[in-house]
Design a protein around this ligand. Structure first.
Ligand code: PEP
Length: 248
C-alpha cells in the first residue's frame, strides 16, 4: 500500500464564498499535524478562492470534472490546462453522478483520465456498482470493466492514477459498505492493477460512500483501503478533520 493515505473531499455542487472561507480556514488550522495527504475537490468557480486560501498549507486542490478536449467550441466545459493554471493537482473523473446524470461512458471517463494525466493532473477514477448490480451478483464484473477502460487507454500511466471504489448505493445514502465488503472489492481492484503494472502497490485505492467520522477508522484499517473520497462529511470541518486524524 502507498506510504501515506489520501483523504479527498468532494464538495459536489455545494459552497459559497463565505462558507468556503470558513471551511478552508478551519481545515488549514486543524490539519497541521496530519500525516496523510489531504485534498478538496471544489466546484470550478471556487478554484481561485480555495487556491488562495490554502496558500502555504499542505492542502491539495482538486476539481470534480474535466473536459476530454484540449480547447475550442465546447460551451460550458473546463479544460485540463485551465485547471492547471489554478494549481489543481487532482481531478475526479467518472463520478457516479456524472455517469448517471450526464451519460458518461467508460470510454469518455478513460479519455478524461488520459487528458488529466497529460496535463500533470492526477485523475481520481471512480468505479462502483449500483444496488441492482450488487444484488444481481455483478459487482466484480462492473468494477473490473470500469477500471479496465481506464487502464486500457492510459497504458503505461496507470501507476499515476488514483482509484476510488464508490458503491453507488452507499453515496449520500448514509449506508456504508462494511469494511469487509469494501476490502473485498479493493483487493480485486489491486489484483487487476497488479496484472497491468509492477507499481500496483503504489496506487491509492480510496473508498467512498457515506464515510464519516464514526466509520472512517474501521474502513481505513483495511489492508487495501488507502484513503477516502468523502462527500457530505467533507463539508463540515470537524467531521472532515476527524477523518483526516483517522488516516494519520
Ligand atoms: C461522493 O460523492 O464521492 C461521496 C462519497 O459522497 P458521500 O460521502 O456523501 O456518500
Amino acid at each position: 500500500m502507498p506510504e501515506k493515505k489520501l483523504i479527498a473531499g468532494n464538495w459536489k455542487m455545494n459552497g459559497s464564498l463565505e462558507a468556503n472561507d470558513a471551511l478552508v480556514r478551519a481545515l488549514v488550522a486543524g490539519m497541521r499535524d496530519a500525516r496523510c495527504d489531504v485534498a478538496v475537490c471544489v466546484p470550478a468557480p471556487y478554484l481561485a478562492q480555495v487556491q488562495m486560501l490554502r496558500h502555504g498549507a499542505k492542502l491539495d486542490l482538486g476539481a470534480q470534472d474535466v473536459s476530454q478536449h484540449a480547447q475550442g467550441a465546447y460551451t460550458g466545459e473546463v479544460s485540463a490546462a485551465m485547471l492547471r493554471e489554478f494549481g489543481v493537482r487532482f481531478c475526479i473523473v467518472g463520478h457516479s453522478e456524472r455517469r448517471q446524470y450526464h451519460g458518461e461512458t467508460d470510454g469518455l471517463v478513460a479519455e478524461k483520465a488520459k487528458t488529466a494525466l497529460a496535463h500533470g493532473i492526477t485523475p481520481i477514477v471512480c468505479v462502483g456498482e449500483t444496488l441492482a448490480e450488487r444484488e444481481a451478483g455483478k459487482t466484480e464484473e462492473v468494477v473490473k470493466r470500469q477500471l479496465a477502460a481506464v487502464i486500457h487507454v492510459n497504458g503505461h500511466c496507470i501507476s499515476e492514477i488514483v482509484v476510488a471504489y464508490e458503491p453507488v448505493w452507499a453515496i449520500g445514502t448514509g449506508k456504508t459498505a462494511s469494511p469487509e465488503q469494501a476490502q473485498q472489492v479493493h483487493a480485486l481492484l489491486r489484483k487487476q492493477l497488479a496484472a497491468a503494472t509492477a507499481q500496483a502497490e503504489r496506487v491509492h485505492i480510496l473508498y467512498g460512500g457515506s464515510m464519516n467520522a464514526a466509520n472512517a477508522a474501521s474502513l481505513l484499517a483495511q489492508p487495501d483501503i488507502d484513503g477516502g473520497l468523502i462527500g457530505g462529511a467533507s463539508l463540515k470541518a470537524p467531521d472532515f478533520l476527524q477523518i483526516i486524524a483517522a488516516a494519520s
